[in-house]
Ligand binder design. Structure first.
Ligand SMILES: CC(C)(COP(=O)(O)OP(=O)(O)OC[C@H]1O[C@@H](n2cnc3c(N)ncnc32)[C@H](O)[C@@H]1OP(=O)(O)O)[C@@H](O)C(=O)NCCC(=O)NCCS
Length: 273
């Protein structure tokens, strides 16, 4: 039996391995979310990051809720307050193997909902790059924001914040921002970004213009970002995607394999604002 794998599900890492790996991946995710004016802090039994300049949930979340059931339940209550004070309309927790296994019941009792089932994936098989991608430049940023905003449904204010955040990332040595130009128009066809922190690389986002999909652009962007992350010292490269959908199939086609599950829990806090 492969000691790295869970005997109940050969496709997944065993629980201890998964917890160690998730700890590394989450440390890198938190470091990325902080760029440039975000804040990482401990709240009760959780680690939290809040970044005003980045409207996406990945930059405003809690993770690693580890402690007794009472501590974790108390932490969820504290988190509602912390996210409300930061002006967020929703508090978000990502529960991976670094979070107590009983989180489902505790979250349910505290009025939090499981809003997304995700998977973490590790890059295992290198794909060749064809040279279509190039580093993003300042002039590309509005086009990148449009692409992401359409995909994520951002407000005008969200778009302004994201533009500011991408402006910080373009000058950040741990960030990798790549675009592929549209052959038929003066605009970009796709964008991907990654981040590397202490040997751990992340492919954080890939978006291809709807009319340009299924032509290999997304795969090319990922292959290019992965190569660049390894060039900058990544010993492992991880990504997250929704479980079981297009994004997971795409990630697998890009050479990633599922290693553990992640559940996103959310709590609306408009009433506390
Ligand atoms: C996911 C996404 C980036 C893929 O971009 P793309 O340019 O179409 O990807 P590629 O053409 O390189 O596809 C590579 C492989 O991924 C798989 N794939 C991609 N889209 C797929 C789909 N809709 N259904 C099933 N498999 C799919 C296929 O195996 C494909 O190879 P094939 O076309 O030879 O069958 C694009 O659909 C997108 O922008 N989606 C919205 C944002 C998103 O979900 N991002 C990913 C998570 S961050």
């Amino acid at each position: 039996m492969d000691p790295l794998h869970d005997p109940d599900d050969e496709a997944l890492l065993d629980p201890r391995q998964a917890r160690d790996l998730a700890g590394l991946v989450e440390t890198a995710r938190l470091a990325s979310a902080v760029v440039r004016y975000g804040l990482r802090t401990e709240v009760g039994a959780a680690t939290v990051v809040l970044n005003q300049d980045n409207p996406l949930p990945a930059a405003n979340h809690a993770c690693a809720l580890w402690g007794t059931l009472a501590e974790v339940a108390g932490t969820l209550l504290q988190l509602e307050q912390v996210f409300a004070e930061a002006g967020r309309s929703e508090a978000v927790v990502f529960a991976s193997p670094t979070t107590v296994a009983e989180i489902e019941g505790i979250a349910d009792d505290a009025g939090w909902r499981a809003v997304e089932e995700l998977v973490a994936l590790l890059h295992r098989t290198r794909q060749d790059v064809r040279g279509w991608a190039r580093p993003a430049e300042d002039r590309d940023l509005p086009g990148i924001v449009d692409l992401i905003a359409d995909d994520a449904g951002l407000s005008d204010e969200g778009e302004r914040r994201l533009l500011r955040n991408l402006g910080h990332r373009i000058d950040e040595p741990r960030s990798v921002l790549r675009v592929v130009d549209d052959q038929d128009a003066d605009r970009i066809a796709g964008f991907a970004q990654g981040f590397v922190e202490r040997g751990v690389g992340l492919v954080e986002q890939v978006v291809v213009r709807p009319g340009r999909r299924r032509r290999g652009i997304g795969g090319e962007l990922v292959a290019d970002v992965v190569d660049e992350l390894r060039e900058r010292g990544a010993l492992l490269v991880a990504a997250h995607s929704e479980e079981g959908g297009t994004a997971e199939r795409f990630a697998e086609a890009c050479g990633f394999e599922v290693v553990y599950g992640v559940t996103a829990y959310a709590r609306r806090i408009d009433d506390l604002l």
